[in-house]
Design a protein. Structure first.
Length: 295
């Protein structure tokens, strides 16, 4: 996809694979059919992708008027998807159709895995509207904005859910024996108290750790890799920088790190959204003081 069409390149519309069964029969939608935000997003995604494909075909095959017959194009598209690989005639239009299908397949799986099921009848209907140049409910610009707004709101909703779950856990965890809450909101518990030096933020530390999500899923572990990690302490997430400075060499702590002190909006461990509370079991093996600055 072109760089100027970032939304569709990243979203990789799910509508294309629906053409196998519904492109010829899908009827144009109506505003009344868009009962939910997901319905609107489904129609918007189908229309925006159909419009993009129509414009792309016009640009690439402008010299061949036969290929601008949308019925023939749809037939070629379906033929390309269903053809046996041994007899597949790889004409330009069939290659384009194959690429569109793979993008749609990828996006459909991605949304399903994250709990969103597009209304594929609306996707297919919108796709057909766009391919035939019929702005029944919305035009291409509105379709792009509608889908962008849906994805933005969806991201915010999921992030807020993670923040609320993390805050609830921290409030309950704060009352447990041995748990200390710092001014930043970081929580920790001492499992083993070492007697070595404490690191400064500029020091390098050698540390074993296991990181888990709120549901107990292990997303990272130096124990599993059978090799401790080594890094400069002020070059990692803020929760680590603060928490590990509380540890003496030889100590073992549990750190509970709120999302804003961890990876913020970046989802971890295959999650749907960021701002996850992370739990780390940390064992500080060695502190390597930073070299003195050259005078």
């Amino acid at each position: 996809m072109k760089s100027g069409f970032t939304l569709l390149a990243s979203a990789a519309a799910a509508c294309a694979m629906m053409l196998l069964s519904s492109c010829d029969s899908a009827k144009s939608g109506s505003a009344a059919a868009l009962a939910t935000d997901l319905d609107s997003a489904s129609y918007a995604l189908g229309f925006a992708q159909g419009d993009y494909i129509a414009q792309s075909v016009k640009q690439q095959f402008a010299q061949d008027s036969a290929l601008l017959n949308w019925g023939k194009f749809a037939a070629k598209f379906k033929q390309g998807l269903s053809a046996d690989s041994a007899t597949f005639s790889r004409k330009q239009v069939e290659i384009l159709a194959e690429q569109i299908f793979m993008q749609g397949f990828s996006m459909a799986n991605s949304l399903r895995s994250q709990g969103d099921t597009l209304n594929m009848n609306l996707v297919a209907a919108a796709f057909a509207d766009a391919m035939n140049g019929k702005a029944v409910i919305m035009d291409a610009r509105t379709a792009q904005k509608t889908f962008q707004d849906y994805m933005t709101n969806r991201k915010a909703r999921l992030e807020n859910a993670n923040k609320e779950a993390g805050q609830k856990f921290l409030e309950e965890n704060a009352g447990k024996e041995g748990v200390v809450t710092t001014a930043s909101g970081l929580q920790y518990k001492v499992l083993t108290e070492g007697n070595g030096p404490k690191p400064a933020a500029t020091d390098t530390v050698v540390i074993n750790y296991k990181g888990t999500l709120l549901d107990g899923t292990v997303f990272d572990s130096s124990y599993d890799r059978k090799e401790p990690a080594e890094f400069v302490l002020n070059q990692v997430i803020a929760g680590w920088t603060e928490g590990v400075q509380l540890m003496n060499e030889g100590s073992k702590f549990v750190l509970w790190i709120p999302g804003d002190l961890a990876y913020a909006a970046r989802p971890i461990g295959g999650a749907k959204a960021g701002y996850q509370l992370l739990t780390f079991e940390c064992e500080l093996l060695k502190v390597k003081p930073a070299k003195a600055a050259k005078k």
